[in-house]
Ligand binder design. Structure first.
Ligand code: GLV
Length: 334
């Protein structure tokens, strides 16, 4: 009997999903959830045709060249900046991600963070827990309204549009956005979204939400110069990727009250957080959990497994990032 293809499940994941993979493949999993350094990742990938990865595994030319038998890397994330896609494509390695299944959940969380920043939810809760609440005051933790305010969205993809829908249809917000490409008028009309240039977005948004993918081109899209264009009453929310915001510059802007508040789910160099952010009270900080509901994480894991299975058994992977590899004929291994 032909040997089953081998796959690596690089991080701990739902046991049921690992079981699904075991029915078809030799599976090396990682229930202890150790995060592999590059040399360990290379070693664990030895002999593997496929890998189930998360954002913590960097798949680059060095990893691929050390494992020329690798055919597919299936990321359990919509973002795939941990993959060098050009290196994958050049070597005929299929890369896949998990779009769509997390859109609404991530938009819920982005909206929640934006509201928490605007209405000072975390800051006032910390004050209460410290035992500092002794009386009512007319100006205690006054924030800014969300309803009727101008929602600015930078990166109007699926998640950006889902946040815009919440703002426009649920909270009567005016929506402005900037994106590489403009939406069609059929997409803009139901939410009254207005396409503006980046400077106008920075200047007019009451609440600016970042939902753009990370790449070298989007590194520090928001730094000192951009923060200086924002209203002193504005909030900034990042549910996209660390590195899109210059975290040191943001901490300084918050400390000097050049903007009112911020909310971050993602950080440069996470899970480390810039120490200056930890000491600024007007920023809400969460540990990269925007897609973290039980149902959505399960759907993401299942979709990553679907991709891995299809790629290695001659099926059509549902969400390839570099589909041109499929035409190259190197998949599957059996
Ligand atoms: C999470 O950050 C993702 O990209 O899915």
């Amino acid at each position: 009997m032909a040997r089953l293809p081998s796959v690596l499940v690089a991080r701990a994941v739902f046991p049921e999903v690992v079981q699904r993979l075991r029915r078809l493949f030799e599976v090396e999993d990682n229930p202890a959830d150790r995060i592999f350094a590059k040399a360990e990742l290379i070693a664990h990938l030895a002999g593997k045709a496929g890998a189930f990865t998360t954002g913590s595994e960097r798949i680059d030319a060095e990893v691929l060249d050390a494992n020329p038998q690798l055919r597919v890397v299936a990321n359990m994330a919509v973002g795939y900046n941990n993959f060098d896609i050009a290196a994958c494509t050049a070597r005929g390695v299929l890369a896949t991600n998990t779009p769509d299944v997390l859109t609404e959940t991530t938009a819920d969380f982005g909206f929640a963070l934006m509201m928490a920043a605007a209405r000072r939810v975390a800051e006032s809760e910390h004050f209460l827990r410290r035992g500092e609440w002794t009386r009512w005051a007319y100006d205690m933790f006054t924030g800014s309204d969300v309803h009727g305010a101008t929602l600015g969205i930078l990166g109007m993809g699926r998640i950006g549009q889902a946040i815009a829908r919440r703002g426009a249809l649920g909270f009567g917000m005016k929506v402005i956005y900037h994106n590489r490409s403009r939406l069609t008028s059929e997409q803009e009309a139901p939410i009254g979204a207005r396409y503006v240039d980046k400077l106008t977005l920075l200047r007019q948004a009451d609440h600016l939400v970042l939902v753009l993918p990370y790449s070298a081109a989007s590194h520090h899209t928001i730094g000192t110069a951009e923060l200086a264009q924002m209203k002193p009453s504005a909030t900034l929310t990042n549910v996209a990727r660390g590195g899109i915001v210059d975290d040191a510059a943001l901490a300084a802007a918050l400390r000097e009250r050049r903007i009112a508040a911020a909310a971050l789910d993602v950080f440069e160099g996470e899970p480390k957080v810039h120490p200056d952010l930890l000491t600024v009270p007007s920023v809400v900080l969460t540990p990269h959990i925007a897609s973290a509901t039980v149902a959505t994480r399960r759907a993401m894991a299942d979709l990553a497994a679907d991709n891995l299975i299809a790629a290695l058994t001659g099926g059509q992977p549902p969400t390839p990032v570099n589909p041109e590899v499929l035409a190259g004929g190197r998949l599957p291994v059996r």
